[in-house]
Design a protein around this ligand. Structure first.
Ligand SMILES: NC(=O)c1ccc[n+]([C@@H]2O[C@H](COP(=O)([O-])OP(=O)(O)OC[C@H]3O[C@@H](n4cnc5c(N)ncnc54)[C@H](OP(=O)(O)O)[C@@H]3O)[C@@H](O)[C@H]2O)c1
Length: 251
């Protein structure tokens, strides 16, 4: 039995990753804040679920205890997908509270979950840690600085952790998508403005789907244990950088 804890399981890439892992035989504990959406996911995939806010130390401690009880004190994979962006403010006018929330969620949340679950992976004898970062970690864009900084911070956590775990049979996998059309990411970022959220993907026929990224998550985890996809950048063909998007090209 291979086992995973997946955060961000209530929507988008996390939800699709639970489904992809379950479909390839993994036992999954899916975590997020919204219990109703987790219940739907459990009914669809057979996963176990945990209501957990990754910014809460108590919640994450309880998540680790639940994982330990469910999987007998061991774990094959920590899959950190909970994350997101708040706002598109230019630096000069940025709402710094939004930046603090992004750091708290993407950097500290991911680190907190990893800290809490790593002892279970070690007890397992080998395993993987996945961090879902972004191409926003690799290059700045206007209005992106707060999210760029948070995802770049998460990227550095991945890099340092891989160095720190050298010599142990634990791989650190970073997956960095470009434009993924999930139902909530842009809506959350743009404060619920549906027209503005739709405009992000306007003229792009085939942005990445949550399932496209989830397939890469599952593929990376199903590779032989000595193979580490340490950083995978994945974009739709219609996108060549955070700025260069071929809108209206039928791609
Ligand atoms: N969509 C893109 O274009 C894109 C591109 C590159 C990278 N990414 C990254 O991919 C990841 C998933 O994005 P997505 O597009 O699937 O977004 P999404 O649909 O908005 O999903 C975000 C997930 O994170 C969970 N979450 C948010 N805050 C949380 C918290 N404090 N504690 C626990 N869970 C929390 C949400 O669940 P609850 O609200 O139920 O807690 C939800 O399940 C994020 O890390 C994002 O930064 C997205």
């Amino acid at each position: 039995m291979t086992t995973a804890v997946v955060t961000g399981a209530s929507s988008g890439i996390g939800r699709a990753s639970v489904a992809a892992l379950a479909a390839s035989g993994w036992q999954v504990l899916g975590a997020a804040r919204r219990a109703d959406r987790l219940a739907e996911l459990a009914a669809e995939t057979g996963c176990a679920t945990a209501v957990c806010d990754v910014t809460s130390a108590g919640d994450v401690e309880a998540l680790a205890q639940q994982a330990a009880d469910l999987f007998g004190g061991t774990l094959d994979a920590i899959v950190n997908i909970a994350g997101g962006a708040f706002g598109v403010d230019p630096v000069e006018k940025a709402d710094l509270e939004g930046w603090r929330r992004m750091y708290d969620l993407n950097v500290l949340g991911t680190t907190r979950v990893t800290q809490a679950l790593l002892p279970l992976v070690r007890a397992n004898g080998s395993g993987s840690v996945v961090l879902l970062t972004s191409t926003a970690a690799q290059a700045a864009y206007t209005g992106g600085a707060g999210y760029n900084a948070a995802k770049a911070g998460e990227h550095m956590v991945a890099q340092a952790l891989r160095l720190e775990l050298l010599g142990e049979p634990i791989r650190v996998i970073e997956i960095a998508p470009g434009m993924v059309h999930t139902e909530e990411f842009s809506l959350v970022r743009l404060g619920g403005d549906k027209a503005a959220a739709d405009a992000v993907y306007e003229g792009v026929s085939h942005p990445l789907s949550a399932g496209d990224v989830a397939d890469v998550v599952a593929y990376s985890l199903n590779l032989p244990a000595h193979v580490n996809l340490d950083l995978v950048t994945i974009r739709p063909v219609a996108q060549a950088s955070n700025y260069h998007v071929a809108r209206g090209a039928g791609l």
